[in-house]
Design a protein around this ligand. Structure first.
Ligand code: IPE
Ligand code: IPE
Ligand code: MG
Length: 259
């Protein structure tokens, strides 16, 4: 075989590699996504940033379906951070519109898929109509027993921790607990994700390697994967590839490795 044929074959093999989903016992109980890179995806194509956000919702739709189908318990997605309010007003408005529209178009399928929606974040900051739609989405899916889908909206990890501290103070003032009772379990009860597993795997697309104030409490021992692809290009195949990487990780939780 000629060298160029060998190279061609190797290259074909590499690009054609496909990944299967790992077995259930190797999957994370809780997977979280920092869906980053929508703006750059659009810029690369000469489109407005809002087009990137719209393309991002398409990727999200496929991913929620897949994560729900393979039987992961919890999925958290970062849709809008407490710091994202500092973006230009038009972008914030376009994002809000997109989020509302997304909910309206998806809610029936999510209900059908037995998905339970929890919004992580302070809803009072949203216009009344949108706030009601979000509360309704939580209400309508409250009794569902499938995937727990956490949507972080106006969410910040610090804000969540400060909120939890405030709730604990209130319990103390009401005499329900004493300051000395406060421990990690009681603290966890005051987080938005109470009752769910801690994040096992956090995936960030877009090439940056930081947490950007996402699930600071829940990610304490999370495995981290940083993907170069922009969020709209993140596919089911990429997810399976990342799940295989996760399945191969050695998680020690501070212990020494068992033989
Ligand atoms: C992430 O994409 C989506 C949100 C923050 C809502 P960005 O809008 O941050 O896209 P980049 O990082 O600027 O490319
Ligand atoms: C994180 O992305 C927030 C969301 C994906 C919603 P950002 O684009 O806001 O984060 P930084 O500014 O790059 O850290
Ligand atoms: Mg970004």
């Amino acid at each position: 075989m000629r060298p160029e044929q060998i190279i061609a074959r190797l290259f074909r093999k590499k690009t054609a590699q496909t990944f299967d989903c790992p077995p259930k016992e190797k999957l994370p109980r809780h997977i979280a996504f920092i869906m980053d890179g929508n703006g750059r995806w659009a810029k690369k194509r000469g489109l407005p940033r809002s087009a990137g956000h719209a393309a991002g919702t398409e990727a999200l739709r496929e991913l929620i379906r897949t994560v729900s189908d393979i039987g992961i318990e919890s999925m958290s997605i970062y849709a809008f951070s407490t710091e994202n309010w500092n973006r230009p007003t038009e972008e914030v408005q376009a994002l809000m519109k997109l989020i509302s529209r997304y909910f309206l178009s998806e809610i029936d399928e999510l209900i059908e898929k037995n998905v339970r929606i929890t919004i992580l974040g302070e809803l009072d900051a949203f216009p009344d109509e949108q706030k009601q739609a979000l509360i309704q989405a939580m209400e309508r899916t409250r009794l569902n027993t499938g995937l727990k889908l956490n949507i972080a909206l106006n969410y910040g990890g610090r804000a969540e921790i400060v909120r939890a501290a405030g709730l604990l103070c209130e319990k103390c003032v009401r005499g329900e607990i004493k300051p000395g009772d406060v421990n990690a379990e009681l603290f966890d009860e005051c987080t938005y994700t109470h009752g769910q597993a801690d994040v096992d795997l956090l995936i960030r697309t877009g090439g940056d390697e930081r947490i950007s104030n996402f699930l600071l409490w829940q990610c304490w021992y999370a495995e981290l994967i940083f993907e170069d692809v922009f969020w709209p290009d993140y596919t089911k195949q990429k997810l399976f590839e990342d799940l295989n990487i996760y399945a191969g990780r050695d998680r020690r939780f501070g212990r020494v490795k068992e033989k």
